[in-house]
Design a protein around this ligand. Structure first.
Ligand SMILES: CC(C)(COP(=O)(O)OP(=O)(O)OC[C@H]1O[C@@H](n2cnc3c(N)ncnc32)[C@H](O)[C@@H]1OP(=O)(O)O)[C@@H](O)C(=O)NCCC(=O)NCCS
Length: 147
């Protein structure tokens, strides 16, 4: 699939919100208002994946602390899974981090989210610790990528 990655823009919110709530684990689902608020926070950076037909197919968002990008969410449209969309989003994130002298990319992922854990491992993230019962019933794996 041909993908371009663009900066976030208000015109994508609705489609991104639908993708997010369709594919995210239960605990990460949001109301539309919360979703908009999250995107608009000053400390956030969101990137959007667009396919060759100009359709939104995914996003990644981070909390930017200047030295670290903490991934707040990454989601791909279900029909587009396993076609390299998330890989392109993370590659773009790594390039942006390098350009801004950011040192690490970090994340928390539900221990039961095997697709995401596999994906992050493939992208070079390493498991550093476990946060017990970070989610309602499950632990969070804390993973880091060192630039
Ligand atoms: C995790 C997610 C973002 C991956 O997106 P994607 O665009 O399908 O990922 P890619 O096509 O770039 O996959 C790259 C590699 O990740 C791994 N991977 C991705 N999905 C996988 C799955 N379901 N099972 C096992 N490994 C998987 C594979 O190694 C894959 O390479 P391969 O297809 O050559 O085997 C997507 O499944 C998603 O949106 N999930 C729901 C939201 C979510 O859980 N987000 C993370 C929590 S914030």
């Amino acid at each position: 699939m041909k993908i371009k990655i663009v900066d976030n823009n208000e015109k994508y919110y609705n489609e991104l919100y639908i993708i997010h709530n369709n594919v995210m684990p239960e605990q990460d689902k949001m109301t539309k208002n919360n979703f908009y608020d999250e995107f608009n926070r000053d400390t956030r950076k969101y990137f959007v994946a667009i396919n060759e037909y100009n359709k939104v197919v995914g996003y990644v968002g981070v909390l930017d602390t200047n030295t670290d990008y903490n991934i707040m969410g990454i989601a791909v449209k279900k029909e587009c899974f396993r076609q390299g969309v998330a890989t392109k989003l993370i590659r773009h994130l790594k390039d942006t981090a390098k350009d801004n002298n950011v040192l690490t990319i970090s994340l928390e992922v539900d221990e039961t989210n095997i697709p995401a854990i596999n994906f992050y491992k493939k992208m070079g993230f390493v498991l550093t610790n476990i946060r017990k019962k970070y989610y309602k019933n499950n632990d969070a794996l804390i993973m880091w990528y060192y630039l």
